[in-house]
Design a protein around this ligand. Structure first.
Ligand code: AR6
Length: 185
């Protein structure tokens, strides 16, 4: 399943149901942890599909950047993935919503887009950061993710022309598709 929403400045948002490691883009965002240590979920899938070079690059930078605060991100090459870069973002752990989680989640999306712009990427994909192991309720995370991306594409974007939300499962896909259908831009 797939849906494309053009923005009136020529940029666009795509929503795709599937495995993020299979979808070609310039920069693929990852839902990482503060130590950039790898893990399960989409992080595990990205490291498995990308191969050992991703972790080698993270190992080399860990001492200077980790622990990364929630909302932060770092970029590596993409190894065997169909991308030029992987941008490892650290989402907030859900603690009820009153501890700055929405701001930190929005920051993940902005930071990834900023790093993608620095690398002159044209397309960037995102998983639903924080909505797995980190427990951020999916219906609360979706408008934060879409809002941050819409805002960036409408104001700051230069090289980035397309953002792809890759959702794991039909229910998540429908949530994003419905929100994008109703978003005013
Ligand atoms: N493609 C797209 N989305 C996926 C894929 C995939 N291949 N696999 C899972 N998802 P999570 P978090 C979805 O738990 O909540 C790791 O151990 C999944 O359905 O991967 O940010 C890290 O190392 C969910 O909607 O990330 C951290 O320790 C979304 O991706 C911690 O988990 C995010 O779920 C980060 O937790």
């Amino acid at each position: 399943m797939e849906l494309t929403r053009p923005l009136n400045n020529g940029r666009r948002i795509r929503v795709v149901e599937g495995d993020i490691t299979r979808i070609p883009v310039d920069a693929m965002a990852n839902a990482a942890n503060a130590m950039l240590a790898g893990g399960g979920g989409v992080d595990g899938a990205i490291h498995r599909a990308g191969g050992p070079s991703l972790m080698e690059e993270l190992d080399a930078m860990r001492a200077s950047v980790a622990p990364l605060a929630a909302g932060g991100a770092v970029a590596t090459g993409a190894g065997a993935l169909p991308a030029k870069f992987v941008i490892h973002a650290v989402g907030p752990v859900w603690g009820g919503g009153e501890e700055g989680e929405p701001e930190e989640l929005a920051s993940c999306y902005r930071e990834c887009l900023r790093l993608a712009e620095e690398r002159e990427c044209r397309s960037v994909s995102f998983p639903a950061i924080s909505t797995g192991v980190y427990g951020y309720p999916k219906q609360k995370a979706a408008p934060v993710a879409i809002g941050a991306v819409l805002d960036f594409l409408s104001t700051e974007a230069r090289s980035v022309e397309e953002v792809v939300f890759v959702l794991f499962g039909a229910e998540d896909f429908r949530e994003y598709a419905a929100l994008l259908g109703s978003a005013l831009y």
